[in-house]
Write a protein that binds this ligand. Structure first.
Ligand code: GLN
Length: 485
């Protein structure tokens, strides 16, 4: 067995037993990146020298008796998360050359717990997108079929984990950007409750929705990196001051009596029949494992997409106002101030410009109440749907995405069809829930399908354990992509 074939928890055990070293594991991953990443294109920036130095330091720490949770484990970090001394672009030309002077809280946590950071993974520009095609630098390929997208916006992280180019990775999820690519790439991805992870040092897209999330090949791997990075951070006023439970200990695999709700609004026209079949089979599997299946209703689901695509661009238009060319990124000089700002902001890609215009319009005097104001009211209705549902059930099960991974280029000319991809993921961000995607089979073309499990506020342990029970019974993670180089 190759070192890169190990899951994170297997590598951790091997390191603990002294069967391998972090330097060996890191070198094995770097070699695989050299061989495979020209086809997958998951990393925007690689930092092999830092990684090998950190691996050597981890081996020293271990020799001195340290057994920190991620000690010596090589991981990837989405390029929307600031890394001290390492270029962080958010997938945008407007941040080309930006080298943050500090680490994001979650990166500090990775370092504290001993992880080795391999580099920065590709993302749609400012995390706006569902395919990584909006990255200003390159489009990442899906390891299961390199002519298809890996999903987005954290497509680089999902593809890297799927292709075994890192044992786990961090992403961010504003409307599905962890769960959707996890589903497309056949890996596990969790989007914790808003406030569970610090947003300090995470480049803002839509501040009331943004949340860091984690990827792993297995539920246990995902839990390990989540455990290491979750927690309160006084620098982020929206970070919850709530103790981090022992998520790893919560993975018992026992889900007897767990009430699983199946929302009828999530099994509608547009849902691919193969996806529906796999997800229904997964729900039946949960029942076999002792869960009680309950049909539920989330009646305001139809408003979720329009509400999300008003609120997210509105917040984005405010957040992105700071990029006027004087503080970050390349300096562009025009004839006067107006032309300088115009030239600078022309560095934004088409989708980002579209969202700034949509958001500015929705917030403008005379339209504010009609658009943004109404969207906020509808958001409350969606939140209440989940509140009511969680009085009846512990977990909600649904497809993560309506289809499997689409072809690169298929949706780039039609933003609306791209947005429709997020139909099952955005509601959770608008509410106060948490959610994950776990592999639940393959379509006829061999592309992965994801099961979404949604939990109530701060109930990450419940959804992780449900996913763990399901994964133990099915073991889809044992199938890995055969990447055509
Ligand atoms: N696809 C959604 C969007 O484009 C979600 C992105 C995200 O979660 N960052 O906004």
């Amino acid at each position: 067995m190759k070192l890169t074939d190990l899951t994170l928890t297997e590598l951790r055990d091997a390191l603990r037993r002294g069967e391998t070293s972090s330097v060996e594991a890191t070198q094995a991953v770097l070699d695989r990146i050299d061989a495979v990443d020209p086809a997958v294109k998951s990393y925007l920036t690689l930092t092999p020298e830092n990684a090998l130095a950190d691996a050597a330091a981890a081996d020293k720490r271990r020799a001195a008796g340290d057994d920190s949770p991620l000690l010596g484990v090589p991981v990837g970090v989405k390029d929307i998360i600031c890394t001290k001394g390492v270029q962080t672009t958010a997938g945008s030309k407007i941040l080309e050359g930006f080298v943050p002077p500090y680490d994001a809280f979650v990166v500090e946590q990775l370092k504290k717990t001993g992880a080795v950071i391999l580099g920065k993974t590709n993302t749609d520009e400012f995390a706006m997108g569902s395919s990584t095609e909006n990255s200003a630098y390159m489009t990442t390929s899906n390891p299961w079929d390199v002519t298809r997208v890996p999903g987005g916006s954290s497509g680089g992280s999902a593809a890297a984990v799927s292709a075994q180019l890192g044992y786990a990775a961090l992403g961010s999820d504003t409307g599905g950007s962890v769960r959707q690519p996890a589903s497309f790439c056949g890996v596990v991805g969790i989007r914790p409750t808003y406030g569970r992870m610090s947003r300090w040092g995470v480049i803002a897209y839509a501040s009331s929705l943004d949340q860091v999330g984690c990827f792993g090949r297995t539920v246990a791997d995902t839990t390990a990196i989540f455990q290491a990075t979750a927690g309160h951070d006084p620098h982020d006023s929206t970070s919850l001051s709530v103790a981090v439970p022992d998520y790893e200990a919560a993975l018992t695999g026992d889900i007897k009596g767990l009430r699983v709700g199946v929302p009828k609004e999530y099994f509608v026209e547009g849902l691919n029949p193969e996806t529906e079949k796999a997800v229904r089979a997964a729900i039946a599997q949960l029942a076999d494992l002792g869960a009680e299946i309950v049909e539920i209703s989330l009646p305001h689901t139809e408003y979720a997409l329009p509400v999300y695509y008003l609120i997210a661009p509105a917040e984005a238009s405010a957040n992105l106002a700071r990029y006027e060319g004087t503080r970050f990124g390349p300096r562009v000089t025009g004839d006067d101030m107006i032309s300088t700002v115009k030239k600078t902001r022309a560095l934004f890609g088409e989708e980002v410009q579209r969202r700034i215009m949509l958001g500015t319009y929705a917030l403008s005097a005379g339209y504010y109440d009609a658009y943004y104001g109404r969207a906020l009211k509808a958001r409350t209705l969606i939140k209440n749907d989940f509140k009511k549902a969680f009085e009846q059930v512990d977990v909600i099960a649904s497809p993560t995405t309506p289809t499997t991974a689409f072809k690169i280029g298929d949706k780039t000319d039609d933003p609306l069809s791209m947005y429709l991809n997020d139909i099952f993921t955005v509601s959770l961000n608008l509410s106060a829930s948490c959610g994950l995607s776990v592999p639940c089979g393959f379509d006829a073309a061999g592309l992965p399908i994801g099961l979404q499990l949604i939990g109530d506020t701060l109930q990450e342990a419940t959804i992780l354990n449900a996913a763990y029970a399901y994964e133990s019974a099915t073991q889809f993670y044992k199938q890995t992509p055969n990447i055509k180089l």
